[in-house]
Design a protein around this ligand. Structure first.
Ligand code: SAH
Ligand code: F3S
Length: 471
């Protein structure tokens, strides 16, 4: 049977899509290759959020084609995901070595199309059509995370976004909002739990809009909160994360959910984009700086140790020095644990790309460097404040940087590296933090095996973490 290599660019949604395509192909008998050099099929799962991401994938495909086509003319090369969706046939015209272009609503057709291409029935396949029901069409997982049994899994709960922020291409590449049903999502999560998964991350471009049309508000609870309650009830699952919510849809019912649902971890990724009301309005974000800060303070009132991360765009058209300083001030005020910083990139057919006062690249670079140093400084301080704390981690597997050590995550989503063994995989355990690096914590191995730390934590619903907690 053929072997496939899939390279993923971009967000967690893309990681999840790649995994589902891999699972689909494995079920058909494919093997998974470790690099493009050993593969009969090479698929690049692409991102369109910034031009940079597109250029990287285009460059990679060009290099692969130049490299592999000569030695192995039969290798099948394909683009899938967001750039495949937004550029479609143009990709084949531009790179004639590409055999397959698979849009974001067509992942479930990957095996059939590859069959056609490998058998020579078709020479090229470009499919970027819309497909009703595609949000529920892929639910398979390959559960071999970090060199062994997977402990965590991504579960896609919806596709698309209707918000149309003026900078964003996602509503075009992912289409309008479509939500899966609660029973469908719960049954996927239950299966994962039966296979040993302890933590799920519920994924969508705008999860706070989950089920907006299909599930009416019940007892003041939105469709998304109803879903969280249903997932909370699944036996065997210990932790629930989700990404990304939108501040606009972040109602009190969701804040309240943190009071009631112990599996909901104290970690929130809440994209702010800018700290200036003027810019937020130009971005069509639908909230103000004051409203964003209000949500943060409500969340911290319920869970004082909340780990908070965000997305920020630097150099949105018309962003002045004063606007930018408001973003800097907001970062200092909120004290995010980390932030994903994006240099503004004009995207095809988005209103912001046509705005007249684009910010020069040198200014974007300079602001980016300034905000990065604030984020790093605050992050380092928040991480260092955890030294000597005892925290609960879920052990996921060997550390990426040093396979001889193990890594886990705290409930507030901080990575902890410690000297453990494979038998710790999948365990919730207490560790004592001894050192902090930039966005990584190190735990004392001796503490891991102390009586009462590694074994008793299963009885506790959770051990809170973060600077506000002093054991
Ligand atoms: N709601 C989605 C957002 C997807 S895009 C989610 O978080 O899942 C991810 C981030 O990319 C956005 O939050 C934004 O900060 C950034 N981004 C989107 N379009 C951009 C553009 N044109 N230029 C720079 N950054 C952009
Ligand atoms: Fe993009 Fe805004 Fe939706 S950032 S994904 S249009 S909420």
């Amino acid at each position: 049977m053929p072997s496939v290599y899939i390279k993923t660019y971009g967000c967690q949604m893309n990681e999840r899509d790649s995994e589902a395509v891999a699972a689909q192909l494995v079920a058909k008998g494919y093997t998974l290759a470790v690099s493009e050099h050993a593969a009969d099929v090479v698929l690049l799962n692409t991102c369109s959020v910034r031009d940079n991401a597109e250029q990287t994938a285009l460059g990679k495909m060009q290099a692969i084609a130049g490299d592999l086509r000569r030695s192995r003319p039969d290798v099948v090369l394909g683009f899938m995901g967001c750039m495949a969706q937004s550029r479609g046939r143009e990709l084949v015209d531009r790179l004639p070595d590409v055999d397959l272009v698979l849009g974001t609503q067509k992942f479930h057709r990957a095996a059939d199309y590859l069959d056609d291409l490998l058998s020579g029935r078709r020479e090229k396949v470009v499919d970027v059509e819309a497909e009703p029901g595609s949000e529920s069409a892929i639910r398979e997982h390959v559960l071999n995370g970090r060199g062994g049994r997977a402990v965590t899994a991504f579960v896609s709960i919806m596709q698309g976004c209707n918000q149309h922020c003026t900078f964003c291409i996602v509503p075009f590449t992912r289409g309008p909002e479509r939500s899966r049903t609660i029973p469908d999502i719960v049954s996927e999560c239950r299966q994962l739990a039966e296979q040993g998964v302890r933590e799920v991350t519920l994924l969508g471009q705008i999860v706070t809009s989950y089920g907006r049309r299909e599930r009416p508000i019940q007892e003041g609870k939105s469709g998304f909160v109803q879903l969280l309650e249903a997932v909370q009830a699944i036996e065997g699952l210990e932790r629930i994360r989700f990404t990304s919510p939108h501040p606009k849809g972040y109602g009190d019912d969701l804040v309240e959910a943190y009071k009631r649902l112990p599996k909901l971890v104290e970690s929130a990724h809440l994209p702010v984009q800018s700290g200036s009301n003027r810019v937020l309005k130009l971005m069509h974000r639908g909230y103000t700086r004051e409203r964003f800060l209000e949500i943060i303070s409500k969340l911290r009132a319920v869970r004082p140790n909340m780990g908070l991360t965000t997305d920020i765009i630097v150099g949105f058209p018309g962003e002045t020095e004063a606007d930018f300083e408001e973003t800097l001030a907001l970062c200092r005020e909120v004290e995010f644990d980390n932030a994903f910083l994006f240099k503004y990139s004009p995207r095809k057919d988005t209103p912001a790309a046509a705005m007249s006062d684009q910010v020069p690249i040198e200014v974007i670079e300079e602001r980016h460097a300034r905000i990065l140093s604030v984020i790093n400084e605050v992050g380092a301080r928040r991480y260092a404040a955890l030294i000597s704390r005892r925290m609960q981690i879920l052990v996921e597997g060997p550390s990426k940087k040093n396979a001889a050590r193990m890594m886990g995550r705290t409930r507030c989503n901080r990575i902890v590296v410690f000297d453990g063994a494979d038998r710790h995989r999948g365990q919730l355990m207490d560790v004592q933090i001894v050192k902090s690096g930039l966005f990584t914590l190190y735990a004392d191995p001796a503490i891991v095996n102390l009586p009462g730390s590694g074994t008793s934590v299963h009885d506790e619903p959770f051990v809170p973490c973060g600077p506000a907690h002093r054991p």
